[in-house]
Design a protein. Structure first.
Ligand SMILES: *Cc1c(COP(=O)(O)O)cnc(C)c1O
Length: 342
């Protein structure tokens, strides 16, 4: 198969470094990994392989199809969205649902499902059973591996964090759960009171800086690169791209790259994204197309068809530039990239 004209360079050492850093920050708690949405866009299979080799034992996905795609790796997986009726029959062995509602709990009991995890809502009002239902005995007799809750505001210094932590801590010893787990990436930085037995980072594994505490410790993992498809000379006064939003103020040398919004390089990069070639910085010109991007190559006049150009994608800076979240910047990266781990 011919190689793709766009690729993600993925730093496997940085991924493992980030997990080890988060594991150390988790203190005496075990550190797992959220690998839903195809490992936040990096490719879940390769991510899990690397983290399992580094010692990670607890992996979280959203859907059963995601668990099935990882089954050959023989790791412990939890499915965050729980079980629907249609998931019961052909569920892969050894994968636990995270039960989120009385309905899911009844379904799991009915199926005699065995070991499970349970999500308790402590104030986010997204997924999970209520603490009142737990107190009323909803979980009695369930074989619970991990009792979980999820923080709504861990990336902020909000009073909500403490409120959720207290509600969750009050459940200690009240259920049959072997372990308790509250913290996502940002929650790990809130301190040991948030760590319980198991932490569940996602974003920070992949280089996201969820809070200032991570700024120096967490390393970027992802680097998108695209090949030059064509060079052209644009005369002063001519325009570039859809809707002619860029007008050349002077004769301008332009390269057209094999990347566009269908690859997650969304239209909000129009007129403000940056590419790099050698040491030179090359501004995006005009609108991002579906599969194509124009850049000004004045600073790198030697750029030729077939050359590989890097897109500036440092997560905190790019989030600030575009208004996208670091989560969106990662998960938007599509299926057309060759994913090269080094
Ligand atoms: C996605 C997710 C995580 C990981 O969150 P990050 O903010 O990416 O670290 C942890 N727990 C649950 C329940 C999640 O849905």
């Amino acid at each position: 198969m011919a190689s793709s004209p766009l690729r993600l360079r993925l730093d496997g050492a940085a991924l493992v470094h980030n997990w080890k850093t988060l594991a150390a920050m988790s203190g005496s708690a075990t550190c797992g990994a959220a690998v839903k949405a195809d490992g936040y866009g990096l490719g879940a299979h390769e991510v899990v392989k690397r983290l399992a080799a580094a010692g990670c034992r607890d992996f979280f996905v959203a859907h059963w199809s995601e668990a099935r795609a990882l089954a050959d790796l023989g790791v412990t997986l939890s499915v965050l969205h729980g079980v629907r009726e249609e998931d019961i029959a052909d569920r892969p062995a050894g994968v636990r649902p995270v039960l989120n509602s009385p309905e899911q709990i009844a379904r799991w009991r009915q199926a005699d499902g065995g070991a499970c995890d349970v999500m308790v809502d402590t104030g986010m009002n997204r997924l999970g059973v209520s603490t009142a239902d737990v107190a009323a005995g909803l979980l009695e007799g369930l074989q619970i591996e991990t009792l979980m809750s999820h923080l709504a505001c861990a990336d902020e210094d909000s009073a909500m964090n403490d409120r959720q932590r207290e509600r969750f801590a009050a459940l200690a010893g009240r259920t049959t759960a072997k372990r308790m787990s509250l913290a996502n990436s940002a929650g790990i930085a809130l301190g040991s009171g948030y760590h319980f037995d198991l932490t569940r980072p996602g974003l920070a594994l992949y280089g996201g800086i969820a809070r200032a505490e991570f700024a120096t410790a967490i390393r970027q993992v992802v680097q998108p690169e695209a090949q030059v498809l064509q060079r052209r000379s644009v005369r002063a006064g001519e325009t570039v791209g859809y809707n002619a939003t860029f007008t050349a103020p002077a004769d301008t040398e332009v390269a057209i790259l094999n990347i566009g919004y269908a690859d997650g390089y969304l239209r909000c990069f129009s007129g403000k994204g940056r590419a790099r070639f050698g040491g030179a910085e090359l501004p995006v010109l005009g609108r991002v197309s579906m599969d194509l991007l124009a850049i000004d190559i004045a600073a790198a006049p030697g750029v030729a068809e077939g050359d590989w150009v890097s897109l500036s994608y440092a997560l905190p800076e790019t989030a600030a530039l575009t208004g996208l979240s670091e989560y969106e910047l990662l998960t938007a990266l599509g299926g057309r990239y060759a994913r090269l781990w080094f």
